[in-house]
Design a protein around this ligand. Structure first.
Ligand SMILES: Nc1ncnc2c1ncn2[C@@H]1O[C@H](COP(=O)(O)OP(=O)(O)OP(=O)(O)O)[C@@H](O)[C@H]1O
Ligand SMILES: Cc1ncc(COP(=O)(O)O)c(N)n1
Length: 263
């Protein structure tokens, strides 16, 4: 049986991040991808030119249509835009019997805000507690916990601060630190350091979305959290290495890099 994976996220018209990145990743990893659109963005390699969020009613209806009939083996969340949407999605996740990968998307790679400042408390108190794995980057860690990370050793402190809000596991993404691309996965007991060479490629639009939906895809296939994150890290590292020079600015990672190898 092919597992079903649901992404709850924003649309990126440029196709590098958000819903589009998630569905491409799911196809590449052999699962059936489905989507709940939370917001529509006008976006390209230069930045976000506009964003329009959907109503709570529209988000709930999409979610229920998928879950009630088709069923899901894992859910991934990305851009949720507002406190109302964060709270509605947290409630839906709490009712769903499947692992949830929560990417607490705050700002785009260009610095455009994708989450209202007034939603941060809802992320902390409602969304993080229902996450199987939360995957903040260093800016999101600082926004949510006040912990600033400037070196690998400080990733531990960041992880503890996020775990205090209740996710089962946290993956702190160190992609914005200099040197190797090092992430720390921990549940407060076990620690897994995921290290990959940094690819000197500016086409990294969508790395976070790609990693989180790859984790959800692997969890849906029945892998444990450490196994899923290890496989997802390999996939995103290959996608960054292959990144596309599309547009005038930051191009996307190549979600289909494995199909193109050797062609
Ligand atoms: N230049 C790079 N080379 C290799 N791996 C990278 C590079 N940049 C980021 N990564 C890896 O990509 C994954 C996503 O990390 P990153 O810190 O970029 O997340 P993010 O900021 O949430 O992404 P996004 O900006 O797409 O939201 C991590 O596993 C990180 O280590
Ligand atoms: C709809 C949407 N979701 C998420 C991101 C984050 O991705 P990035 O930080 O690579 O711009 C984005 N830019 N757009």
């Amino acid at each position: 049986m092919i597992p079903n994976v649901l992404t709850v996220a924003g649309s990126d018209s440029g196709g590098g991040a958000g819903i589009q990145a998630d569905l491409k990743t799911m196809l590449a990893l052999g699962v059936h991808g489905m989507s709940v659109v939370t917001a529509v963005t006008a976006q390209n390699s230069l930045g976000v030119q506009g964003a329009w969020e959907l109503s709570v009613e529209a988000v709930r209806a999409q979610y229920r249509s998928v879950v009630d009939d088709i069923g899901v083996q894992a859910v991934k969340t990305g851009m949720l835009a507002s406190a109302e949407l964060v709270e509605a999605v947290a409630e839906l996740l709490a009712e769903t019997d499947a692992p949830a990968v929560v990417d607490p998307v705050g700002v785009s790679k260009h610095g455009d805000s994708l989450l209202a400042a007034s939603a941060l408390d809802s992320v902390r108190m409602k969304l993080l507690p229902v996450a199987t794995v939360a995957t903040p980057n260093l800016d999101e860690v600082a926004q949510l916990t006040g912990v600033r990370v400037e070196s690998e050793e400080q990733l531990r402190r960041a992880a503890a601060a996020v775990l205090a809000y209740g996710p089962r596991w946290v993956l702190i993404k160190g992609g914005h630190l200099p040197g190797d691309a090092v992430d720390l996965l921990t549940d407060g007991t076990e620690e897994h350091w995921l290290r990959a060479p940094r690819h000197d490629n500016r086409h990294t639009h969508g790395t976070g979305c790609t990693l989180a939906s790859a984790i959800a895809s692997q969890l849906a296939k029945g892998r444990s959290v450490p196994e899923a994150v290890t496989a997802a890290k390999e996939y995103v590292t290959g996608a960054v290495a292959a990144g596309f020079a599309l547009g005038e600015g930051i191009g996307p990672v190549d979600h289909g890099w494995e199909f193109r190898t050797g062609s």
